[in-house]
Write a protein that binds this ligand. Structure first.
Ligand code: UD1
Ligand code: UDP
Length: 355
């Protein structure tokens, strides 16, 4: 029995190909949802759109400070692990769900597989970097997206015998859903936007949105991008960001703020955007896969392959640098090669586990 542990929007998306592959091969599996994300548009909407089965357990941990949230995840998931005794727990990425799941499983002798292992921003001020490092050092099986992440793991002394380069399951998710999105999503019509005539934005990283000056500077840049390029700014707003914009009383004139979107609508909006501005990890990858130029609103990234191939540029959060990077990327030729694999990552991972 494989326990597929997830709790947030990107984990639901990136684990969906793993669930599908288990179903295809008839491999016994179940979903354990920590409940870290719980709003309909961050959680249930994705189960419905991606056709995922109900979670066997929903631990309903909700929001809270890091230790409280991680502690609740550990306490509740340990009970489930003890009752169900899965042979392996698969976690994905770098959230508190991953940290809590990995700590609980490894202490009671349940094997751990880490999907998307070895990513490093080398910035320990990011909670995600701490989660990734701990997960990689406790995991028994590490699925690295590319050779680069394998090298990082080896440099930290992790045994090569535990590491497999599998690509990233985000490519599988894009391949499995893009044709459906193109066919079924009517989002461009509902938002009244024209293909290649708008800039798609997401911002939610704690270090950006919890700071009044950084969030203010990003919003000011978005207003200038709208004016300079005469393109609408479409901004599906993460609940954390909506709360902070309201709390800081920041001004958003000229920015089209909409609720978080379902995956099919979002993929279609990404594919047709003239530019993506984001601090999201998943969006840096998807922009690269979809051949849409990306400007990352951070000083570093754990996805440097997107920089190497020319799909992405780091701009930080200062208004002038964001404008400058947008100018560069708006005219960038979209001829790069996707470094994250051929969309068979889940097949490889489950193949390794199920034989
Ligand atoms: C978390 C992850 C981050 C990931 C992101 C994906 C950690 C430390 N952070 O950040 O790595 O990129 O998910 O989106 O694990 N909220 C809601 N409804 C929800 C979920 C959250 O309203 O369904 C609001 C709450 O006010 C909450 C805040 O968003 O306090 C932050 O949620 P949390 O899960 O703590 O972190 P994210 O910012 O979502
Ligand atoms: N996404 C979505 N709707 C939105 C915003 C994002 O479906 O309104 C998807 C996006 O396609 C990507 C994932 O959510 O696959 C990224 O999640 P997020 O940015 O929250 O987290 P991160 O990748 O930074 O951990």
């Amino acid at each position: 029995m494989i326990a597929i542990v997830l709790g947030t929007r990107p984990e639901i998306i990136k684990m969906s190909p793993i669930v599908r592959e288990c179903e295809r091969r008839g491999v016994p599996h179940c979903i354990i949802h920590t409940g870290q994300h719980y709003s309909y548009e961050m959680d249930r909407a994705f189960f419905q759109i991606l056709g995922l089965p109900e979670a066997r357990h929903n631990l309903a941990v909700g929001s809270g400070p890091h230790s409280a949230q991680t502690g609740r995840i550990m306490t509740r998931i340990e009970e489930v692990f003890i009752a169900d005794r899965p042979e392996i727990a698969l976690v994905q990425g770098d959230t508190n769900t991953v940290l809590g799941g990995v700590l609980a499983a490894s202490k009671i002798g349940i094997l751990v597989g880490h999907v998307e292992a070895g990513l490093r921003s080398f910035d320990r001020t990011m909670p995600e970097e701490i989660n990734r490092v701990v997960a990689d050092h406790l995991a028994d099986h590490l699925y690295a997206p590319t050779e680069r992440e394998r090298r990082y793991l080896l440099d930290e002394g992790i045994d090569d015998a535990k590491i497999w380069v599998t690509g990233n399951t985000i490519v599988d998710a894009v391949h499995q859903n893009l044709a459906i999105a193109r066919r079924e999503s009517t989002i461009l019509t509902s938002l009244c936007v024209t293909p290649h005539d708008y800039v798609l934005v997401t911002v939610h990283r704690a270090e950006n949105v919890d700071s009044r000056s950084k969030l203010g500077s990003i919003l000011a840049a978005l207003q200038l991008v709208e004016k300079e390029f005469d393109r609408e700014i479409v901004f599906p707003v993460h609940p954390r960001t909506r709360k902070m914009i309201a709390g800081f009383g920041l001004e958003t004139d000229g920015i089209r703020m909409v609720p978080p979107l379902g995956y099919l609508d979002f993929l279609k909006l990404e594919e047709q955007a003239s530019l993506i501005l984001t601090d999201s990890g998943g969006l840096q990858e998807e922009a690269c896969i979809l051949h849409v130029p990306c400007v990352t609103l951070r000083e570093n990234t754990e996805r440097p392959s997107t920089l190497d191939v020319g799909a992405n540029l780091l701009a930080g959060t200062e208004t002038d640098r964001i404008i400058e990077a947008s100018r560069t990327m708006m005219t960038r030729a979209r001829s790069w090669k996707n470094p994250y694999g051929d969309g068979t990552s889940a097949e490889r991972i489950i193949g390794l586990l199920a034989g």
